[in-house]
Design a protein around this ligand. Structure first.
Ligand code: RFL
Ligand code: PHB
Length: 399
């Protein structure tokens, strides 16, 4: 079946869904296709922390009803090392900036509900997604819908919001992209547990056995992560072993980690990846399709939202015949992407134990942690990066 739309969007993650909504607010129609089911997208356990700017963006887009009711505002984090837990006070260090704990599952549920309520074209469970004719003025998005009908959609523009393993980035001729990549020699084992958090703020713990993170999803559900080997087998991590290891890494006199039923368990590899430019002809990449950060800085979801906040107005102008903002899109986003890539790498390497690392590395990490916890300048740098910078800053360089 041959149809047409203004913007074809691949992927119903936070980037694709928010882009289709922001375009709809500006009167631009889109067709969004997603390989997974709606239920799968809504249940996929991932990020939990929204920057100040992400909350403002969702609020301004009319999407923050539940976020404002249920999101948990946090004014800092704890860094645990040397047998102590030190508070980094974001509000004090940044003149009042905070982050909000609101799970990616909830952001995605809110976005899907809104797109469907607004009669947006969102197709779940598609197969055989292809993008073609990218360097013409009329790129094509092709897919087979859940009932088996093949569609060829002629578009003015295609947005590749299909994550790191999607098909859009590989559709760009290899010579047109430069990529940078770093794999880390460890992974995160994450659990969702039906137990109230044992802490009032997130705890990032440096431990000789490896990193651990105590986060949360609500006042009754906790989210915890443990550094494990990159090839760790989840079958080797029964719940009691996970709790014992978490308790050891967070151990502090007079404090107990509350345990409860494990609702979800998974292992995530850690990678930094950037590809540039984020545009090829009439194809624009956004979110994890163009860049990946290790989760230690809580940046991936925020970068995905920031990309499409820049992309939406650029596409509106492009569709009116003005390419100026679209020409700036990649450089504008990459300036933020590289800042977050550096911050995530810095947090990751400061807090994790590399296999085979010697005592020198541990001492260097501890020295850095002591500096961050005791110097206002160093703590301010962490706080302003963690809470995030204003969205859509002008590019400071070109990439
Ligand atoms: P997504 O969410 O991966 O969505 C891409 C969508 O594209 C679909 N897709 C296709 N659809 C059609 N045809 C095809 N051929 C397709 N191929 C793929 C996929 O099914 C999917 O639905 O990318 P997006 O929208 O760019 O969003 C990025 C974020 O999901 C990601 O950066 C964050 O989850 C990263 N992240 C975190 N980010 C934060 O900002 N704060 C955090 O606290 C945080 N914690 C995390 C994280 C990621 C984690 N994992 C599991 C990687 C914690 C973890 C453990
Ligand atoms: C989470 O709550 O899932 C989370 C929080 C902070 C991070 C990463 C993940 O740095």
């Amino acid at each position: 079946m041959r149809t047409r739309t203004q913007v074809g969007i691949v992927g119903a993650g936070p980037a694709g869904l928010l882009l289709s909504h922001l375009l709809a607010l500006r009167g631009i129609d889109s067709v969004l296709v997603e390989i997974r089911s709606r239920e799968y997208c809504e249940a996929r356990q991932r990020a939990g922390v929204l920057e100040d700017g992400s909350v403002t963006l969702l609020r301004e887009a009319g999407l923050a009803g539940r976020l404002d009711r249920e999101g948990l505002e946090h004014g800092g984090i704890y860094l645990q090392f040397d047998g102590e837990r030190r508070h980094i006070d974001f509000r004090e260090l940044t003149g009042g900036r905070t982050v909000t704990v609101y799970a990616q599952t909830e952001v995605v549920k809110d976005l899907i509900a809104r797109r469907l309520a607004d009669n947006g074209a969102v197709e779940f469970g598609v197969t055989g997604t292809e993008v073609s004719r990218l360097d013409t003025g009329q790129p094509r998005l092709s897919y087979t819908d859940a009932s088996g009908t093949r569609h060829d959609v002629d578009c003015d523009v295609i947005a590749g919001c299909d994550g790191f393993h999607g098909i859009c980035r590989p559709a760009i001729p290899a010579g047109a992209l430069t990529t940078w990549e770093r794999e880390y020699p460890y992974a995160w084992l994450g659990i969702l547990a039906d137990v109230p958090p044992s802490t009032d703020e997130l705890i990032y713990a440096h431990h000789q056995s490896g990193f651990a993170l105590h986060s949360l999803r609500s006042l009754s559900v906790s989210r915890l992560y443990l550094q494990v080997a990159p090839d760790a087998d989840i079958a080797q991590w029964p719940d009691d072993r996970i709790w014992a290891e978490l308790s050891r890494r967070f151990e502090l006199p007079g404090w107990t980690l509350q345990q409860g039923p494990v609702l979800d368990k998974s292992i995530t590899p850690m990678r930094s990846f950037v590809s540039a430019p984020m545009r090829y002809g009439r194809l624009f990449l956004a979110g994890d399709a163009a860049h990946i950060v290790p989760p230690t800085g809580a940046k991936g979801l925020n970068l995905a939202l920031a990309d499409v906040a820049v992309l939406a107005p650029a596409l509106v102008a492009l569709l009116r015949g003005d390419d100026t903002l679209a020409a700036d899109y990649s450089a504008t986003c990459l300036s933020r992407v590289w800042r977050s890539t550096h911050f995530s790498w810095w947090m990751t390497t400061m807090l994790h134990r590399s296999p085979g690392a010697d005592e020198m590395e541990a001492q260097l990490q501890l020295s850095q942690l002591r500096y961050v916890a005791s110097s206002t300048a160093a703590a301010t740098s962490l706080a302003e990066n963690y809470t995030g910078f204003a969205i859509a800053s002008r590019p400071s360089g070109s990439a």
